[in-house]
Design a protein around this ligand. Structure first.
Ligand code: PHE
Length: 347
């Protein structure tokens, strides 16, 4: 068998040398085009096969030589490619020691923080969250809650009227009446957060607009004990692990009996301090057992069903929880005030 290696040897050596000495991928491509493409110098050598006696041996020598060149080419290509990538990575490296762009980080208004916390606490006890209209009919705000047109309790909850029959709700208890109407006599376990309005002069503790969370549970065998247990759990989660709850008798037309609810002072744990005005107790909300008239008006038989309701002011809870002195701060959008509440208060 003839040996044709000599036919390719010189050019092969030359090309491999060029390949190995090339400094860039571009240069490498040029070499490829010039020598290795179909019309390239190396490929042209194949045409000499016509003159060869042993065509098989010639072909083998050509293939061998081409393999050597391709190997050199691939090695060089990979090497240059890697170098290029490394250079690029280095050039695009981010200098983390440089000062970055400062973004202003917003803070949540403590009002919304507390609203969410109240919702979470009751959701964890199996309550669902309902809402209702802020502009509502007299029927839902007063009449279905056992406050007829001439009732003196209306004075305490004077509000803004759109017309004789349509008004801005003065409490979230109006949502009770809507929910009962829609439940058609079925058990209820809801809380309703929302804005409320009253004809009030604005001062440190009063605002013509504020917010409440209403709670309503109706079922068979619901007792005042259930109300107390529920509110005690709420107070423990919201204020302090060792919080206690105290009921004082009170009056609301839509509950009987009615109570004012105090929580043991979480600042002094009942000893007496400025937060609780020395009494050891802080008033937090109004509550009571749903009045039989209210049950009847909304289609519940008071001999079968009973229930409790409570209404808590969101701002009041937030003020106590965070030691905020003036209710108006919640609405003034003073960013310095809001930023203070990024930290979580631990009990
Ligand atoms: N609606 C009452 C208020 O605004 C609070 C309350 C709600 C009392 C539910 C008893 C039961 O003062």
């Amino acid at each position: 068998m003839e040996n044709y290696n000599h036919v390719f040897h010189d050019l092969e050596t030359k090309i491999i040398e060029l390949v190995e000495n090339s400094k860039s991928l571009e240069e490498l491509t040029e070499i490829k085009n010039k020598y290795l493409s179909k019309k390239g110098e190396f490929s042209q050598l194949m045409s000499k096969i016509r003159e060869a006696q042993d065509k098989k041996a010639f072909g083998e020598a050509f293939n061998n030589s081409r393999k050597n060149i391709e190997e050199a080419y691939t090695n060089k290509f990979n090497k240059l490619n890697e170098e290029k990538l490394n250079a690029q990575l280095k050039a695009e490296e981010i200098d983390i020691s440089l000062p970055g762009n400062n973004y202003f980080r917003g803070s949540e208004n403590p009002f919304y923080k507390v609203k969410k916390e109240i919702e979470d606490i009751f959701i964890s006890m199996g309550y669902t969250v309902e809402t209702g209209p802020e502009v509502d009919l007299d029927k839902y705000v007063f009449e279905l809650l056992n406050i007829p047109k001439d009732h003196p309790a209306r004075d305490m909850q004077d509000t803004l009227y759109i017309d004789n029959n349509l008004l801005l709700r003065s409490h979230t208890s109006s949502i009770q009446a809507h929910v009962m109407e829609e439940a058609h006599g079925k058990p209820i376990k809801i809380i309703c957060p929302g804005k409320t309005y009253r004809r009030d002069d604005d001062d440190m503790t009063h605002s013509h607009q504020f917010a409440q969370v209403e709670g309503l549970v109706i079922d068979k065998n619901i007792t005042l004990g259930d109300l107390k247990g529920t509110l005690e759990l709420f107070a423990k989660k919201m204020f302090s692990k060792d919080a206690k709850v105290r009921f004082r008798s009170s009056y609301f037309p839509f509950t009987e009996p009615s109570v004012e609810v105090d929580v043991s002072c979480f600042a002094c744990h009942g000893k007496g301090c400025p937060t609780c005005k020395g009494t050891g107790w802080i008033e937090i909300l109004g509550a009571g057992m749903v009045h039989p008239n209210v049950l009847k008006m909304s289609g519940y038989d008071p001999n079968v069903y009973s229930g409790f309701a409570f209404g808590v002011g969101i701002e009041r809870v937030a003020m106590l929880r965070y030691g905020i002195d003036d209710i108006r701060r919640f609405y003034q959008s003073d960013i310095r005030f809001i930023e203070e509440f990024n930290k979580k208060v631990e009990d």
